[in-house]
Design a binder for this molecule. Structure first.
Ligand code: GLU
Length: 431
């Protein structure tokens, strides 16, 4: 898997490249290369055996030029401050690329939720949200689920925040259960958005989505729903791996059955009719579409030369390293970057927040239609940028689109000084 790269440095590098390509001033990069605010908290939690364990948590706020801060909370043993910083940067540009009025933030708690009882998980969720509550609020910073957190965790967090406020503040958090202000379609939104982007990418390169072969790394919320939705579009899901093993069948796997099997056994490994497959084998196998839907830094410079997929749809955040990116571009692989490909989740989080603010709720069909419009428009904007410039990949194009929006907002807000904006520093108008 190669040496572990620092996601924060990677995110900074991606921003720098796009700022330079846009010809923006150094002050734009100086503002965007780091988060505006960081909070680290020590969270004491009473365990079921009566002992108290202190967990470390972070909430990092990157940039609020476009609106309130937005981003998920991750519960994972490998959470670091630098990782949360990188994820907060990606959130800023993810929101900007789909054109939703938010800045970027991210939260993380160093813990292994698989080793916590439900009661311990609830206490940790409540204590953490209380610890970071001074910087949260429906108009300030709005968390959501991320790796190993879900709607139930969001419900506990919303409840804790609301108790503390003395009134229900549904809009302080998104990804909630439907009964307490959640939005229909939110649970599937990251995956659904990804499938729209992959479908558009396939159209763009003349690949028939019907019958296209798909390999998926990660079978959690994003990966399993991408499998189901792409299967419905006519794709053949030939292989999946999760953290415990893999399943491969050249005839195609049935996602609904595979999900039921995983629910029962805790793994995709051993799914009837499939052969085992390892992580690296999956990433480098013959297929049309590869979906990394797990963690950061999976497609490295060692893996990239052997990738055979025509399209990569990054359902995960940061799965491809910059060196791997370059190799993939040279090979002509069309990479749908994370800030575009997985922006469906935060887009429907925005719809949830809008519904909370107005107290009126949309049907699932309305939500899905609005999501499709946002994702297709964002794809077209990024793809046009990609086509108009020589020597850039889709990731740089996505950063160029989103950085131009953020920098325009920073300019009109007066964060970049008083001097009139030179033509080259203006938002790049789409052709
Ligand atoms: N955690 C998700 C992401 O990385 C969703 C964030 C949100 O809905 O605010 O995009």
């Amino acid at each position: 898997m190669g040496k572990q790269l620092n996601s924060y440095q990677i995110a900074q590098q991606q921003v720098e490249e796009a700022v330079n390509k846009l010809g923006l001033s150094k002050s734009v990069f100086d503002i965007l290369k780091q988060p505006v605010r960081e909070l680290t908290v020590a969270v004491p939690v009473e365990m079921d055996d009566g002992t108290v364990k202190v967990f470390t948590g972070h909430r990092v706020q990157h940039n609020y030029a476009l609106g309130p801060l937005k981003g998920g909370i991750r519960f994972h043993p490998d959470v670091t401050l630098d990782e949360v910083r990188a994820l907060s940067i990606w959130m800023t540009f993810k929101c900007a690329v789909v054109g939703i009025p938010y800045g970027g933030a991210k939260g993380g708690v160093v813990c292994n939720p698989k080793e916590l009882s439900r009661r311990e998980l609830q206490r940790l969720s409540r204590e953490y949200i209380r610890a970071i509550s001074p910087i949260l609020g429906a108009e300030k910073d709005v968390p959501a689920p991320d790796v190993y957190t879900n709607a139930q965790v969001m419900a506990w967090m919303m409840d804790e925040y609301s108790r503390f406020k003395g009134y229900n503040e549904f809009g302080v958090i998104t990804g909630k259960p439907i009964i307490v202000g959640g939005s229909l379609g939110r649970n599937e939104a990251t995956a659904r958005g990804c499938t729209f982007v992959v479908r558009e990418a396939a159209n763009a390169i003349g690949l028939d989505i019907k019958g296209a072969t798909v390999a998926i790394q990660g079978y959690g919320n994003a990966g399993s729903i991408v499998a189901t939705l792409l299967h419905r579009m006519g794709c053949k899901i030939v292989a999946v791996v999760d953290s415990t093993g893999g399943a491969y069948n050249p005839q195609g796997l049935i996602p609904e059955k595979l999900e039921a099997y995983k629910k029962e056994t805790g793994t995709v490994k051993g799914y009837p009719g499939s052969k085992g497959i390892e992580n690296e084998e999956l990433l480098t196998m013959t297929c049309d579409i590869l979906i990394p839907a797990a963690l950061e830094n999976q497609i490295t410079e060692e893996i990239a030369p052997r990738v055979k997929a025509k399209i990569i749809g990054e359902a995960a955040n940061g799965p491809t390293t910059p060196k791997a990116d370059r190799i993939l571009t040279e090979k002509g692989v069309l990479v749908m970057p994370d800030i575009l490909a997985n922006a469906g989740g935060v887009t429907v989080s925005y719809f949830e927040w809008v519904q909370n603010n107005m107290g009126y709720y949309w049907s699932e069909e309305e939500v899905n239609t609005k999501l499709e419009i946002k994702m297709v428009n964002a794809f077209n904007e990024v793809y046009n940028m990609f086509k108009r410039h020589k020597n850039i990949d889709m990731r740089t194009a996505a950063y160029m689109v989103s950085i131009s929006h953020v920098s325009e907002a920073m300019h009109v807000r007066g964060w970049l000084g008083d001097a009139p904006l030179e033509e080259k520093q203006r938002r790049i108008k789409m052709a």
